[in-house]
Structure formats: C-alpha cells, structure tokens
Write a protein that binds this ligand. Structure first.
Ligand SMILES: [Zn+2]
Length: 299
C-alpha cells in the first residue's frame, strides 16, 4: 500500500485524496485535494453542498507522527455556497472548524494530558504549551456538552488555593460518582451562589447531603439554597478547626500565667487534646493548670 493510500484510509477521506507526500525539513507533508465532482460539506451546518465559489489560501494542520516525524496535512479549502448558511468554507473531515491540529492529534493530546502535565504532553508531541492548553480546554467543553445530566444527591464543596494562597478556587463535586460538576473563582458567597443559580432550584431539591469545609460563606449558601440537605463537615477540616481552637485556648492560658508557671505549660499541646481521666499522675493535668489560672485571675 502506498503511503498516500495509507494516509487517506487513516483519515477516512471520502471526497478528498492525498495527491502527494513529501519531506519538508523535519516534517512530512501530505497534500490533500478534493476528488472532482464529489460533494463537499458546509462548515456551518455540516450539510452537503453543490456549489463552490473559489478557494481559501493554503492551510496546514498538524497530525500524529508518521514513524519518527510529525505529519502535516496541507490543503486549500473551498468556499462553498450553502442553501442554509450562505457563503461558507467547506468542512474538512480531519479537523474541527478553527483547529490547527487534526481531530486525531487533539484526541491523543487530550488523552495523554489526563496522565501527564501539559508541559510534558507538549514536549511529547512537539507542540507548544499554549496549543496543548487550547486542546485540553476544547476537549473539556466538548465533554461537558456530551455528558448527560444525572441527579445530584451528595455534593462536596471544597476550596483549592493557587499562587500560594493568594487566589482561591471553589470546586463542587458529585461525591457519589466522584466527578467535578462545577468550579468558580474565589471562595466567596457569590462564587457558591453562582453555582446554585446555574444548578437551579429543581435540580437542587434532589441533593440530600452536602460535605464542605466549615467556611461561613459555604455554610450560609448551603442553608439558603438547600434547606432540606444535611450538612457534613469532613474529618480533615473538622480536625483543623479543633486544633485551631485548642491553640487559641492554650495561647489564652499562656497569657494568664506568670513567668514561673509558664515552663509547666510549655510543649503540652498533646496534653490539651487528652481526656483528663486518661492522664497519668506524673504529668500535670490541664485541670491543675486551669486551677492555677483561676487562682491567678481571682487575685
Ligand atoms: Zn450550511
């Protein structure tokens, strides 16, 4: 089988054929032409068109590799006169409308980007980082459009910080299926309100449980939009809050003590977390410290 035939079959061309395959610097270029009299399709509606009206300048699309070298498709698309859309450009079967890479390459990039970083994917395919980012964004949009809406029962709301805590993102998950259902900039009431506006009251009614951080804007928003749902605070965040509370009490106690008493309280963080009845006699129980504080403050 000739290389041209191989490429034509790989691209499943019906109205086009590969006229020549040539080497050009470090890439292989396949020039594609329309097969005379075959009907082209309109890029607007995808329907077949009878009439053409001249051609557009030569365009190139990056395709997968042909052995060790990238394959580039080159073609001069026809202008078509569509009875439904008017003057348009033909729809090429190997690439999306504005894409500079073929559908096959975009699919491979999107697939690999799920495992590797964008920079690694870019290096693997010899593309620049921005092209990879654009492909991934397109794939995500297409994926969201295709996804069938399934009722949400268990919602997870979480925040992630970017740029060392300077910027926040709010992420909303479907915890039953373990997938992302929404994302927004910031972690304010407005961010989470925007998600609930998009969700709408009808879909919100199906939500039974919400798991989120003890962050007031989230908690308030959930109580307003989902009055029927049970709020659950996850263990990690709950732990964080408890630790913070213990530290606050410890710091308060520290301030109450005189200089002589302070060494006793030093490095007692874990002591404060213990139940008093579990404490061994040789260590000073928080009660003793508390009594000391009481004595100090009553003076
Ligand atoms: Zn059309």
């Amino acid at each position: 089988m000739l290389v041209a035939t191989c490429i034509r079959k790989g691209l499943r061309l019906k109205a086009h054929r590969v006229v020549v395959v040539r080497e050009e610097e470090d890439v292989i270029v396949a020039e594609i032409e329309r097969i005379k009299q075959r009907r082209l399709r309109c890029s607007g509606c995808g329907g077949e068109v009878k009439h053409t009206a001249g051609r557009r300048p030569l365009r190139r699309w990056r395709d997968l590799r042909l052995r060790d070298r990238p394959l580039v498709l080159a073609s001069q698309p026809y202008r078509v006169r569509c009875p439904r859309c008017g003057g348009r450009v033909e729809r090429v079967p190997w690439a999306a409308r504005w894409a500079r890479v073929t559908t096959a390459l975009a699919r491979a990039v999107a697939l690999l980007a799920r495992k590797l970083s964008w920079a690694e994917v870019a290096a693997h395919f010899g593309l620049d980082w921005k092209t990879v980012a654009a492909i991934v964004r397109e794939a995500a949009v297409a994926g969201l459009k295709l996804r069938r809406w399934r009722p949400l029962h268990v919602l997870g709301i979480d925040e992630v910080s970017r740029a060392k805590g300077q910027r926040y993102l709010t992420l909303v998950y479907d915890l039953e299926r373990g997938c992302l259902v929404g994302a927004g900039d910031g972690r304010t009431r407005e961010t989470i309100d925007a998600f609930f506006r998009w969700l709408g009251p009808r879909r919100a009614r199906a939500i039974r449980v919400v798991c989120c951080d003890m962050w007031d804007p989230y908690v308030d928003a959930v109580r307003t939009h989902l009055p029927q749902a049970t709020l659950v605070f996850d263990r990690f965040h709950l732990g964080q809050h408890l630790n913070r509370a213990v530290d606050t009490v410890r710091r308060w106690a520290w301030r109450q003590l005189t200089g002589a008493e302070r060494p006793v309280v030093k490095r007692t963080r874990w002591l404060w977390l213990k139940n008093p009845w579990n404490l061994k006699p040789k260590v000073v129980s928080p009660d003793v410290v508390k009594k000391g504080i009481a004595r100090e403050t009553s003076r």
